[in-house]
Each structure stands twice: as structure tokens, then as C-alpha cells.
Design a protein around this ligand. Structure first.
Ligand SMILES: Cc1cc2nc3c(=O)[nH]c(=O)nc-3n(C[C@H](O)[C@H](O)[C@H](O)COP(=O)(O)OP(=O)(O)OC[C@H]3O[C@@H](n4cnc5c(N)ncnc54)[C@H](O)[C@@H]3O)c2cc1C
Length: 481
């Protein structure tokens, strides 16, 4: 296992001189608060939490840590689901939460210049005030930050029509581990000058550089939306429904699936019956656009397509408030699974037309290996979150500890995804929790290229170590242990 230089009193003083003593925290409650994200119940407290206020401070902190040989883990809101923000080797936790300004809304170019600590929903709201839309909308958008979205290339329900975070990034300012600040791209729709460093950094999980500013593209906000809910009596019928929607002339602005286990978990968590509760699978299908009448026609087409494919019924949200209520059921699943107990989420991604085979394969694995699973997700993107519950799930106070049976089930599920032409993560990242599975979907040469890129930007391997590439890690503590 790798070891790093210890944090010395001199280094702590140096950090305090850069960001101010009140923004350097070594007390246990703060270290523990920043020692976990939303990944299982893992706890890896850093040795120190540092809160810079601007790019210059980020640069100085990194340069100091680089010279001292101390690891640094960047962090946004800590809502990650692959352990990307966990300081697995201790060292410095660098939170970007104080870089929280929308620096510019450039209406003439339809662009926003933002700092990484801006909450995603804040940008949504500001853009909407001007009739504009920033489409990436992870279900965590009420609290996750744009820097974390950029580092994970976050998606969300509307990616099926509008694309992922990377599709909206035009320029970045970033800081290399040695403190060097660099800019990529510009307020440009066209720019092929040199390598595309912007899109190298997007999705790099905080392992190549710390993002301190981003220029994002905005689009006109759709003025009308219509949400349909289609319950199906079997998974196979729902699969036919999905494929029928793919083949229809309407591109939905959302196409989500909840399997029976997910619907039941959400209903239980919310403490009430939810529409489609007794269905074997439920599709959320949304149409949006600029004109009410066109959206109405698209929704009618989608409804007919779903009924033709065997939906038991098609429920239409009669107004935006009802649509929001229905979306809240879909958005409750993450919390619902967490409430049941220890689980591991496999963020599988396959070509969209192969989602039915993926879901069937997952069910087969779960039955054969005797594990419980709850599957749901972004069917239109082929991105299904398969939550595999530990044997102790449902037992209060039990800690995750993956254990050999759970590990074997996870591995088998990833094999199903890869066999279908898929990958081990669609939007949550590899982080530390999926690193050992990366070779399943990337060949040796590709892994070698990735390692060389990492070495080029961070030769000492100090920036967010223990992520993406498999390596021995210190044992985690568990949150409630
Ligand atoms: C209930 C729930 C629902 C979710 N739904 C979705 C969803 O629909 N779609 C989706 O894609 N994800 C989803 N997520 C996962 C998570 O919210 C996203 O990955 C999000 O982008 C993480 O943002 P964050 O600010 O919390 O980042 P963190 O968790 O703090 O960090 C994530 C990664 O980004 C790095 N990082 C953070 N800031 C920077 C920076 N400025 N520079 C460089 N690296 C940085 C960190 O080192 C880490 O590797 C969900 C999570 C939860 C808990």
C-alpha cells in the first residue's frame, strides 16, 4: 500500500497563512463530516479540511501540498456515489464550497460563467429567470455542486434528450497538482486549437486537476412539459414499451424506469400509496417543447405508443404541480434504498435497446446468487442503477461491509452489462468503490494511456489518490460503527 508524507504543524501553519486560520479545520467533528460522501457508509476522515476562497488560494494550497508530498482530495457537496470525494489516504480535504458565485450570465451568448461551489439548482433557477435552461439535472441537484457535476460528468433524467454535463461545457479554469493554473476552451462554439483539455477534465473525478471555473452553455427553456406514467404488468411488456418509445418519432425529454421493487421501496419510504404501485414496472415518459399544442400532440403520440406496446394504462399529470409530485416518487428511490439498509449501487450502462436484457440478466443473477436487488434509472440512456442489498439489509444498525457474496453478485452484474456492450458506470464515476472493476470494461492499452495521462498532470500521484485505478487502500471505518 502507498504511503504519503505526514501532515506536519508547519504545513498546517502554511495552509492557515494561505486561506486564514478559520478555514483550516483539524477538529474531529469537521474531519468526520468531510470524511464521507453518499457512497455506502464508508468513512475516511482527512487529517485537515481546507476551505479556499478563490483560484489563487487553491493554487497555493496545491503547490504547498505538492512540495510536501501530502495528498489532496477535492470535494464539492459530497453527494457522490462512488467514493470520489473520500480522502482514502488522509491528507488534505480541499472543499470548493466557498467558490460559490455565478460570475456572469452572458445572455447574448447564452452562457454562464460559474465557480465550482455553485449548487446546481441555483444555476437552474438563475437561468430560468431569463427564460434559459441548464439541462444537466442529477436527482441530487438541490444540493450537489457544479464542480462535482463536471468532475463526474453528471447526467440526470433529461439527458435522454439534452445530453450530459460534458455537452454544456465550453471552457474551464483548472489548477494542476503543482499549483499551475491553466485555462481550456473559451466562450466559443468552435475551437479545435490543440488537444481538447476541457473534455479531458470533465469526468476525470478530481484526479487530474482542480476545476475552479467553468463556462457553460445554456439553451432556451422549454415552455411546456407533459409527464406520462405507464404501468406495465410485466418487465417484458415494459421493455417493449421502452423500445417502442425509442422507435417513435418523438424524442422524449425523460424516459425513466422503476422496477416493482423500486416502486414498492419508494412507496414504503414515502409512507403512502403511489400511482402504479402494483405494477411490475413503471415508465416515466416526458415530452417537452416551446409550444403547448406541440407538446400535447407529442404526449398523445407517446401515450398511444405506450398503450400499443402493452401498457396497462397511461396516466397524464394534469398540471405542473402533479408532475412534480410524481417526480418526487422517482426521486425518493435513492433515499428509500438507503433507508432499507446496507447496499451497493452498480451504475450499469448499456446501449439503450439492451436495457430489457440487462434487467432480465440482473434478475437472473440475483435469483441465482440469492441477493435482493432494486433496479431503476435512466432507461432512455441505457443507464440503470442496480442496488444490491447486503444480507443484513433491513436490520437497523448493520454496517455495509461488502463481503464475498455481495462482491460476487456485483461482479456478476457488471459482467452482464459488459457482455451487452456496456460499462460499469454511466454517471456516478469509478471513484474508489468501483476501481477494481474498471479492467472489466477497459483494455490494458486504454488503462495504460489513462495512467500516462494521470502521470503527466500529477507525476507524484498526490491528487485524489486511490481513485479510478485499483490499488490497495487503508481499511474504511463505517459511519455507524
Ligand atoms: C440521491 C442522489 C441522487 C443522485 N442522482 C444523480 C443523477 O441523477 N445523476 C448523476 O449523474 N448523479 C447523481 N447522483 C450522484 C452525485 O450527486 C453526482 O455525482 C454529483 O455530480 C456529485 O456532485 P458533488 O458536488 O456532490 O461532488 P462530490 O461528491 O463532492 O465529488 C464528486 C467527485 O468530484 C470531484 N470534485 C468535486 N469538485 C471538484 C472540483 N472543483 N474540481 C475537481 N474535482 C472535483 C471529487 O474529488 C469527487 O471525485 C446522485 C446522488 C444522490 C445522493
Amino acid at each position: 500500500m502507498r504511503t504519503f508524507a505526514p501532515l506536519t504543524p508547519a504545513l498546517i501553519s502554511g495552509l492557515a497563512a494561505i486561506v486564514g486560520p478559520e478555514h483550516v479545520r483539524t477538529d474531529v467533528p469537521t474531519r468526520e463530516a468531510y470524511g464521507h460522501d453518499e457512497t455506502e457508509d464508508l468513512l475516511y476522515p482527512p487529517e485537515v479540511v481546507v476551505k479556499p476562497a478563490n483560484t489563487a488560494e487553491v493554487s497555493k494550497v496545491l503547490a504547498l501540498a505538492h512540495a510536501a508530498g501530502v495528498p489532496v482530495t477535492p470535494r464539492g457537496a459530497g453527494s457522490g456515489l462512488s467514493g470520489g470525494a473520500l480522502p482514502v489516504f488522509g491528507g488534505i480535504l480541499l472543499t470548493l464550497e466557498r467558490l460559490d458565485q455565478i460570475l456572469e450570465l452572458d445572455l447574448d451568448n447564452r452562457m454562464a460563467v460559474v465557480q465550482p461551489g455553485v449548487i446546481t439548482a441555483t444555476l437552474h433557477a438563475r437561468a430560468l429567470e431569463h427564460g434559459l435552461y441548464y439541462p444537466p439535472d442529477p436527482a441530487s441537484s438541490a444540493y450537489c455542486m457544479l464542480g462535482g457535476n463536471l468532475a463526474e460528468n453528471a447526467g440526470g433524467p433529461h439527458a435522454v434528450k439534452y445530453g450530459l454535463t460534458r455537452d454544456y461545457v465550453l471552457a474551464l479554469e483548472a489548477v494542476r497538482m503543482d499549483g499551475g493554473v491553466f485555462r481550456t476552451g473559451g466562450k466559443l462554439k468552435k475551437d479545435v486549437a490543440g488537444y481538447d483539455l476541457t473534455h479531458l477534465l470533465v469526468g476525470s473525478e478530481g484526479t487530474l486537476a482542480v476545476i475552479t471555473e467553468a463556462t457553460l452553455r445554456l439553451v432556451p427553456a422549454p415552455r411546456a412539459r407533459r409527464l406520462l406514467l405507464a404501468p406495465f404488468a410485466s418487465l417484458e411488456a415494459a421493455a417493449r414499451g421502452m423500445v417502442a418509445v425509442y422507435r417513435s418519432p418523438v424524442t422524449p425529454s425523460a424516459l425513466e424506469i422503476m422496477e416493482r421493487s423500486a416502486i414498492q421501496a419508494a412507496a414504503h419510504h414515502l409512507g403512502r400509496r403511489v400511482p402504479g404501485q402494483d405494477a411490475e414496472a413503471l415508465l416515466y415518459v416526458e415530452a417537452d417543447g416551446m409550444e403547448e399544442a406541440q407538446v400535447e400532440r407529442d404526449a398523445t403520440t407517446l401515450g398511444e405508443v405506450l398503450l400499443g406496446a402493452g401498457a396497462d394504462d397511461v396516466l397524464v399529470a394534469e398540471n405542473p404541480q402533479r408532475a412534480q409530485e410524481l417526480w418526487s416518487v422517482r426521486k425518493a428511490i435513492g433515499e428509500a434504498v438507503r433507508a432499507i439498509g446496507p447496499y451497493v449501487e452498480c451504475d450499469t450502462s448499456v446501449p439503450p435497446s439492451r436495457v430489457p436484457e440487462l434487467l432480465a440478466g440482473v434478475r437472473e443473477v440475483a435469483k441465482r446468487m440469492g441477493v435482493r436487488q432494486i433496479s431503476y434509472g435512466h432507461a432512455g440512456d441505457g443507464n440503470i442503477h442496480v442496488n444490491v442489498l447486503a444480507a443484513s439489509a433491513g436490520t437497523p444498525g448493520s454496517a455495509a461491509g461488502r463481503g464475498p457474496a455481495l462482491e460476487a453478485a456485483i461482479e456478476a452484474i457488471f459482467h452482464v452489462a459488459v457482455r451487452l456492450g456496456g460499462t460499469i458506470t454511466g454517471e456516478h464515476g469509478v471513484g474508489c468503490s468501483q476501481a477494481r472493476h474498471l479492467p472489466l470494461c477497459r483494455d490494458d492499452v486504454a488503462l495504460d494511456v489513462m495512467r500516462q495521462v494521470k502521470r503527466a498532470l500529477d507525476p507524484k500521484g498526490l491528487l485524489n489518490p486511490g481513485k479510478v485505478f485499483d490499488e490497495p487502500l487503508p481499511p474504511a471505518r463505517h459511519l455507524d460503527a
